[in-house]
Design a binder for this molecule. Structure first.
Ligand code: MV4
Length: 505
């Protein structure tokens, strides 16, 4: 029986785990860095402990300090959240040695999946379809013949990589040598491991992943897919379940392969098997993430399950309370990641004080947030503020619901990506489900809608904003969505229409 869990994380995911603890009658212990003393997760936990200076290396990555706190406060388990130490096999082993249960997979599975070449070899033996290419690391001398055999274009990838680091696209034999050497040195620098291998390029793929869940008695199930193609530089922005590209037959084939992957890795607890899906609906194993993911809520909503509860029950030694045939996926869920960053300035992080925070609520809305009004967002960590998640009976209703929720949502004092998210939800390709991993780059390369008469409009909008501000006793104040608290707002069109009384939207 787990009685107290230390959460080795911060922000929305720490709050998410603390909530599960509270619901399960388990005590929660938070840890915090020097700049997180007043963070939301600290006030939500039953106990909280300082673990060091602001930089992650000195606090949320500080294995010795975190274990010392866990022992001192009597925690019997540690939940690592995502990021930080969540995929660190050394940390998982150190937990086991300290007699503290790591809520996650066995360290051996984490190690296997940490090496793309080792994972590919294991999957080859298990008969899992992976992207065609070399199963092992290559030398520069071997590269040309292997690439020629696979057929150009190819990808050169770091074995220790993930998230796009140490990855090079090679279109012709002439480009191979330079790309191979760059990938090698990038991998050496980033991961202290220069091993690289070659894969066939899958052109304009969708990124679709399968959630799996396994207990420590060998039972494994899949909980359907998440469509994660809307991303920029490997940072996801919108995720949904189900994917418009996956029908029942494809889902069950991908699900069975995902379970096969997990079985071959000796996996237990929650995990995600990533696939690339090409235009002809062929799917290829890409990598496995050995942690709870940011986008887990969309799966929770369509499956009607609480993944954190289940992680904790699995870590306590319980058997899965259902079999594959008991899993029913229903409805449609979508998630937006709200980041403190400035899309108009190269997505620069935008730390600072949140002077106003208006949230969305009502039917079908879930908000997983790590912030509050008056909180100063620190510069040191990932700029994710919160996740806005909707659930509805079908995709069109979920989009309508998300647009409504975005209308309600406002963050003042710092820049956010809320306007960009709104643009995505209004884009005809997104609405039609015509998305792949290039969608967001294409949208960003295209010009934003308001074109004609920008100057005159801005002026009128500024006047209208002032009128709304003067009338703030009756206004809900959400009319400015710019995040800067200065600009006239996301939708000057709408405000002008209101002021002039031309239309009633
Ligand atoms: C690929 C690919 C196309 N073909 N591999 C990017 C992150 C890394 N984990 C794998 N990635 C890719 N690997 C082959 N053989 C395209 C990508 C890719 C991508 C994958 C998932 C989500 C977003 C992406 C964006 C650009 C490229």
């Amino acid at each position: 029986m787990i009685k107290k869990i230390l959460i080795a994380n911060r922000g929305e995911i720490a709050v998410r785990v603390i909530r599960a603890c509270r619901e399960m009658g388990i005590a929660s212990a938070a840890v915090f860095s020097a700049v997180d003393r007043a963070a939301l997760h600290v006030s939500q936990a039953d106990e909280a402990y300082s673990i060091g200076a602001a930089t992650a290396a000195e606090s949320y990555l500080n294995i010795a300090r975190i274990l010392e706190v866990a022992k001192r406060c009597g925690a019997d388990a540690i939940h690592p959240g995502y990021g930080f130490l969540s995929e660190n096999a050394k940390f998982a082993r150190a937990c086991a040695e300290a007699g503290i249960k790591f809520i996650g997979p066995p360290p051996s599975a984490m190690e296997l999946m940490g090496s793309k070449t080792r994972a590919r070899q294991a999957m080859q033996s298990a008969g899992v379809p992976f992207v065609p290419g070399s199963a092992r690391g290559l030398s520069l001398a071997e590269a040309p013949s292997v690439a020629a055999q696979i057929g150009f274009p190819v990808m050169v990838k770091a074995a220790a990589g993930g998230g796009g680091k140490g990855m090079r696209l090679v279109r012709t034999p002439e480009e191979l040598k330079a790309a191979f050497e760059t990938a090698q040195s990038e991998a050496q620098r980033a991961f202290n491991d220069g091993e690289v291998y070659i894969e066939k390029l899958i052109e304009d793929p969708r990124h679709i992943e399968i959630q799996i869940l396994g207990d420590e008695h060998g039972n494994l199930v899949y909980l359907g897919e998440r469509e994660c193609s809307v991303q920029r530089r490997h940072q996801k922005v919108i995720e949904e379940a189900p994917s418009v590209a996956v029908d029942d037959d494809l889902r069950s084939r991908m699900g069975q392969v995902a379970v096969q992957v997990a079985k071959a890795a000796g996996y237990a607890n929650a995990g995600t098997v990533e696939f690339l899906v090409d235009k002809a609906s062929n799917f290829y194993f890409l990598e496995m993430n050995t942690r709870l993911q940011v986008e887990h809520p969309v799966t929770e909503l369509v499956a009607g399950l609480d993944l954190v509860h289940l992680q904790i029950r699995i870590a306590s030694g319980e058997k899965l309370p259902f079999r594959q045939e008991d899993i029913i996926l229903r409805g449609h869920a979508m998630e937006c990641r709200i980041y403190a960053e400035d899309p108009d300035n190269n997505f620069f992080p935008s730390p600072g004080k949140i002077t106003q925070l208006l949230r969305a609520s009502g039917p079908g809305i879930r908000e997983d947030s790590g912030v509050y009004e008056g909180w100063r967002v620190p510069l040191e960590y990932d700029p994710l503020l919160s996740k806005l998640i909707v659930y509805a009976s079908d995709r069109a209703s979920a989009i309508a619901r998300m647009r409504r929720a975005l209308d309600e949502y406002f963050v003042g004092g710092i820049k956010t990506n809320l306007l960009l998210i709104r643009r995505i939800f209004e884009h005809p390709d997104f609405v039609a489900g015509r998305i792949n991993t290039g969608f967001l780059d294409r949208l960003l390369a295209s010009r934003p809608e308001p074109k004609a008469d920008e100057n005159g409009l801005a002026e009128i909008a500024a006047i209208s904003a002032a009128l709304f501000a003067a009338n703030s006793a009756t206004s809900n104040g959400r009319n400015s969505q710019s995040g800067s608290g200065e600009k006239p707002g996301s939708s000057p069109w709408k405000q002008v229409a209101r002021v002039e009384g031309l239309r009633n939207e």
